[in-house]
Design a protein around this ligand. Sequence first.
Ligand code: SAM
Length: 300
Amino acid sequence: MTNEIKNKIQPIIANFSVTRHILKRFNLRASKRLGQNFLIDKSVVDDIVNAAEIEADENILEIGPGIGTLTQGLLEVGANVTAVELDKKLPAVLAETLNGYENFKLIQGDILKVDINDIMNNQPFKVVANLPYYITSQIILTLLEKKLPITKLVTMVQREVAERMVATPENLAIAKESAKTYGALSVAVQFYTEPQIAFDVPPASFLPSPDVTSSVIVCNVRKSPAVAVNDEKFFFRVVRGAFGQRRKTLLNSLIGAGFNRETILTALKKANIEPTCRAEMLSLADFAAISNFLSQSDAD
Ligand code: SAM
């Protein structure tokens, strides 16, 4: 479905003058603490909505609607939008800027604390959001690890975070920088989803402008995780432990994470992985093998 506007109810918010007018009218200042950078570029809103491939009446969870900029784009294509906004000053603003859109529901609260299944009525949904940058990774990991019925995540994040989400150990041969970008976030995102950077967004598309370039990343959620693991919690304990001390060898990082030296050596031998290698050289399948053998030995 295209996001051509047919029955525009309110003026387009994604515009410098309109945004400035709304902030002034409500005597608001964008809060740095809450990661408020409002979109002022209508074409970026359209591109995000298109990337989400929204069907009419589809359920969307938006995190941080702000003054309703992206929300309006989603509502205009007929999505049912449930938005969670932490800032207590914004419900009054949204009541006005999105007045007339019936398919909008606002929850004032912290996305890390609300019962998401409950607010989404236990129905499948997509996540579409221009995320607050101070807790991007935490939000993405929370959404994925809660095993919610999410089919797709389309999120605006800092370019650097998007790169970490798609980084793989194979990149190591191409760019030394990947050694820094491939980490626990990459493994978690790729374990649950197939992520792809859709496009970059320059600082000038926001008010106020952030210091860095942003990217919109599309993560299609897999029907089942990318690799088979006996125990997901244990798998992530191993992954976090392995990346915990980047300069150390895998053996020492895992010892540092509380695993027994002999147990690790046995598991690594079974998985055919050198104890002296580093976490950033390991694929998801390697982590799965280590975790499965380690949990077996732990149980022995
Ligand atoms: N969606 C708007 C846009 O695109 O212009 C605003 C995006 S702004 C980058 C991030 C929004 O997330 C802000 O409105 C901020 O108040 C909100 N926010 C910050 N922390 C939050 C949290 N823990 N839960 C829900 N919303 C949060």
